[in-house]
Every structure is written in C-alpha cells, then in structure tokens.
Ligand binder design. Structure first.
Ligand SMILES: CSC[C@@H](O)[C@@H](O)C(=O)COP(=O)(O)O
Length: 368
C-alpha cells in the first residue's frame, strides 16, 4: 500500500538479494523507520519485540528468518536450530509454525548446499501467496459490504468497526480485515471505519489509523469501550476483525478485547465477521477456548504509555500507581457461536468444522 505516494510492503528482500527489510512498527505512527534483518536471530528478535507483528507477517518474517539461517549454517543441525529459535518467538499466531513447517518441508529433503537458495525461493513464495490470499479476502468481503450498500440510500455511509491492526502492516500487503475496506474505498463506496484504540499496545490507534489515513480512508479512533454504545445507536453496520488462530470448531483467537466486541455485536444484531488467510486455521486444535495458548506480555505495556510531546520528543510516562499489580493477556478467544462468518480466500464460511474442512481439505489432511 502507499506511504506518502510510494508503494510499500511490510517486508521485502533488499537490493543486495539476501538481507530483509521491514518497517519497524514499534516506531509508528511517530517515525517511519526501516529495519534491516541480516540473521536468523535478527528475525527472531524482530518477532519477539514486535518490530513486526500480526499473524501473517510473523509467518513471513519467520520464513525469511529461516532463509537467513541457511546462509549461516545449512546443515541438518542448522536447520533444526533455526526452526527451534523461531518457533518460540511468539506463542499464539499459528502462522509462525505454519510458515516454519512449510520451510522445513521444502528444505529437509534437499542437499544442504542447495538449501539457502531454495529457502529464499520458498520464503518469496510464502510472501507472494499472502498477497494473493488477501486479494481473495478483499473480493469476498467486498460482496458483504456491497450487500449492506444495497439496503441503504444512495451514497449513505457504511460504518465498519475493527479491532487491533489486521491491516497491511499485519500482513505483507492489503491486510485481512482491511482488505475488503480498501477495495470498497477504491471502488467509490462511502465507507467509514471505527478504529478501536486496542489497549495496551494501541495497534488500532497507532497502526490502523496510520494506514487508513495514508490511504485516505475515512476513520475515527475510539476508546476500546465505545463499540457497544455505537452499536446500540445503529452506528455500526458490521464488524470485521482479524485473527491469530482459528480452531477447527470455528472459535477465533484475536487481540484481547475482540470477545467483548463480539458479545456487544451479538446483543445488537450487528454482523460480526472474522477475516483470515487459510494458514491461520489450526486443525490440530478442536476447542479454541481451552487449547489455544494465550500470550502474556510484559506488565510495562499496561503501566506505561509512550507518545510524542508538543515539542516533538518521544516520552514514556507511567499511568498506573507504583506497586499495583497488572495483568497483560494479549489475546482472547471468541466462541464460534458469536461469529457471523469467516471471510477467507475461498469464500465466506460458517464458523464450524464442516465448513472449514470442506473449504480447506488439504489443510485438514496436513494436520493429521
Ligand atoms: C491480519 S493480522 C490478525 C491478527 O494478528 C491481529 O488482529 C492481531 O491480533 C495482532 O496482534 P499483535 O499482538 O499486534 O501481533
């Protein structure tokens, strides 16, 4: 997508052909800084410290991390070490393990001297596949938006609520939840996005608002507690969120607070859609609430806030009394019964095992 008129993806291979460039998302919206990853360890740290984040981008970064590792040591031991280093970088987004499994399946059977080149080629494919998938999500989600437009007066605004950042910054390009929004905007639909700020890291306020603003999509940042009020007053036509892992039973794990939005949507008859690429489905997990691991992050994300002062300095301030304990669960699980539909690259599916298995039989076979 465009940043100041220039096309950017969230991750790319640099001109030298081997190092990897990525937008440092910890610095947005204050500074646009590109980081250079030159080792497997760099990729692992980028994922762990959330220089890159968002399930599909975590997977893409891990794939390039594996390629960087193969330049250093392409032996069987090197391959195993790279896998183990990267797979533990963050626990919840299944795209990380999916990408690493794909890379290992390509690399393990071939001669170590061929592994570095093959790793870059497979990582490039994973990256391009992400963009293709998101274009499929865009088309399928767009049909839902069009159906809402058809019920409105000509030119009347369509209000979408989203949580966290499932935008192009969270993927390679286009995003998942934002893909139908960008397409609708490009096709001239009068679309407006309610952007949950998404405490504690504020991915909505910092990243989604930044993306939408650069793309000219009308939006309004709201405190996380506002969605229910807006829904009660008919100010939300549909909610679209992303996800870090969808269980075989259709339960959806996403950024903390998603569940509360789904409850509010259910109570107000607002359609609640989840946009996902197929690598986010985990057919090995049958019950999302019980079995998806929920990342717990540093309490500093809750106690401290960073922002830009009027004179341009970045400053971190504490907003919680010294000594008060805090909890920082990064994700929650929305039960399938609260999800209206799953927007995938192969259509809008019912959130249940039968629909997921029928649409993605090759994934269910691979999970056995
Ligand atoms: C297309 S991204 C889907 C999810 O990864 C996204 O909604 C989300 O929760 C991101 O969490 P984050 O902790 O910023 O990695």
């Amino acid at each position: 997508m465009k940043v100041d008129g220039k096309h950017f993806r969230s991750i790319w291979r640099e001109c030298d052909g081997w190092s990897v460039g990525a937008i440092d998302q910890r610095r947005l919206p204050h500074e646009f800084v590109v980081a250079k990853l030159t080792s497997c360890e760099d990729a692992a740290v980028a994922i762990r410290d959330m220089l890159v984040r968002g399930a599909p981008l975590i997977g893409a970064t891990a794939a390039y991390g594996m390629a960087l590792a193969m330049r250093e040591d392409a032996s069987d031991a090197g391959l195993a070490r790279a896998y183990e280093t990267l797979v533990v970088a963050r626990p919840t987004a299944i795209n990380l393990k999916w990408a690493l499994d794909e890379m290992r399946a390509t690399l393990a059977p071939i001669d170590p001297v061929e592994r570095a080149e093959a790793a870059y080629a497979r990582a490039d494919e994973i990256v391009e596949q992400d963009v293709e998938i998101n274009l499929g999500i865009a088309a399928n989600g767009f049909a839902l938006i069009e159906a809402i437009v058809a019920k409105k007066k000509p030119g009347e605004v369509v209000n979408v609520l989203t949580h966290c950042n499932a935008g192009w910054l969270a993927t390679v390009d286009w995003g998942t939840a934002t893909a139908p929004i960008y397409l609708a905007h490009e096709r001239g639909i009068n679309i407006h996005v309610w952007v949950d700020e998404t405490r504690p890291r504020n991915q909505g306020a910092s990243l989604t608002a930044w993306e939408l603003g650069h793309h000219g999509v009308p939006h309004t940042v709201i405190p996380d507690n506002t969605g229910g009020h807006l829904m009660q007053h008919g100010m939300v036509d549909l909610a679209i969120v992303g996800t870090d892992r969808v269980a075989a039973n259709g339960d959806v794990c996403n950024k903390i607070g998603t569940y509360l939005k789904a409850l509010a949507a259910h109570d107000n008859n607002v359609p609640f859609y989840v946009a996902l690429p197929s690598p986010t489905i985990d057919f090995t997990v049958n019950d999302g609430i019980r079995d998806i691991p929920i990342e717990q992050r540093s309490g500093a994300e809750v106690t401290d806030m960073t922002g830009r002062t009027a004179d341009g300095r970045l400053e971190t301030v504490r907003i919680v009394p010294e000594g008060s304990p805090v909890a920082n669960y990064a994700f929650d699980v929305t039960p399938a019964r609260l999800v209206t539909g799953l927007i995938t690259e192969r259509g809008v599916l019912k959130p249940d095992r039968a629909a997921l298995a029928a649409a993605f039989p090759e994934r269910i076979a691979a999970a056995k």
